[in-house]
Design a protein around this ligand. Sequence first.
Ligand code: SF4
Ligand code: FES
Length: 368
Amino acid sequence: MTFCGATTGIEPPLALLAELTHRCPLRCAYCSNPLALDPASRELDTAVWRRVLDEAADLGIIQVHFSGGEPTARKDLEALVAHATGAGLYANLITSAVLLDRARLERLRDAGLQHVQIGFQDTVPAKAEIISGFPGGQPKKLEVARAVTDAGMALTVNAIVQRHNIDRVDDFIDMALELKAGRIEIANVQYYGWALKNRAALMPTHEQLIRMDERVRARLPELTGRLVVDYVVPDYYAKRPKACMGGWGRKFLNVTPSGSVLPCHAAETIPGMTFDRVTERPLADIWANSAAFQRYRGTDWMPQPCRSCDQREIDWGGCRCQALALTGSADNTDPVCELSEHHGLLAGITATDGGTAEVPLTYRSFSL
Ligand code: SF4
Ligand code: FES
C-alpha cells in the first residue's frame, strides 16, 4: 500500500523506531523499556520485519532506528539493515555496543549502516557498572566507538545523565571529542518504565542541574564545528514541556519486538488503549486511521489551558505518558507546563526525589 497524504490529510512520519528485541545484556536502572518485556518467543521474525521495512519506505518514512533492548542480540541485524537501505531508508543503530566487534561493525557498514549511537552510562568504568548492572562494559564501548569511526560511519555519544554522573558532563564531552563523535546527546534520564521505578535513586538536585547547565554552555563556543551538542533541560525542572515525539502521531512510530505499533515507546502504559499489530494491518493504515494514533493527534483532544494556548501547535501539549505518570490521566496537559494546574506536583517530586542520597537501584531482570 502506498500512503497518500493528499487523501488522508496526514503527513507521513519521518522515522520508524524498530525495537527488534527487548533482550539485552545490560540491566540499566534508567531503561525506558516497559516493565512487562516481550520474551524472545514473541519477537517478529526476519520476514515480517522485512515487510515492515518495505511498508515504512512506501509510507514515506526516511529513517529507521534499529533499537531494543539490544538490537545486536538479533542475528539477522545485518539482513535487516541491508533490506532497509535497499528500500531507501537511512539506517541508524542505537546500541549499548557490548556485543559488537570490528568484524560485525564492518559487516553492518557493508550492509548499509550509516550511523551508530552508543549509550554511555558514565565516564568512570566502575560507576557505569553500577548503573548498568553489567561488568566490563566501558572498555568495550570505547573500543567499539573507535571502530565505528574507523569503519567510516557517523558516531553519536549518548551520555545518559542522572544524579550520579551529572557532575562529569565535561568528561562526557571530552570523551566524545576523543572518540571523534560528530554528535553528543546529553540525555537527561526520562522517567518512564524502569527509570520511573528508580526515580528517587536517579533524579539530580536543582543545584546539580544548574552546575551542568553552566558547564555545557561554557563549552559550547569551543565545540562549534567540532561536535554537535543536543541538550535540553530535564523535564522535571523545566517550565514548558517538550513536544514529545514531535507531537503524537506526527513524526514517529514505534514497532515493538512483538509487532505492536505505538505512537511512542511508553504508550502501552496508557490504560484503555489498544494498539494494532503489523501482522494484522498495514502500517500505512495504522498510521492514518488507527484509534491509538488518532487519540491524541492534533489539537482536538486538548483540555484547557492547551486548547487556547498559542504554543499548542509547537509542543502539542507535551507528553501524554508523563501526564499519565504524574497526574493519573494521559488526557491532561503535561504537568511540566507551568500553566498546568498540576505543575506544583513537580516541585514536590523534585524536593523528595531530587537528591544525592544513595537509594538502592531496581534493575531490569531480563537478559539474553
Ligand atoms: Fe503547551 Fe499546553 Fe502549556 Fe500551552 S498550556 S505551553 S500548549 S502544554
Ligand atoms: Fe509517550 Fe511522551 S513518551 S507521549
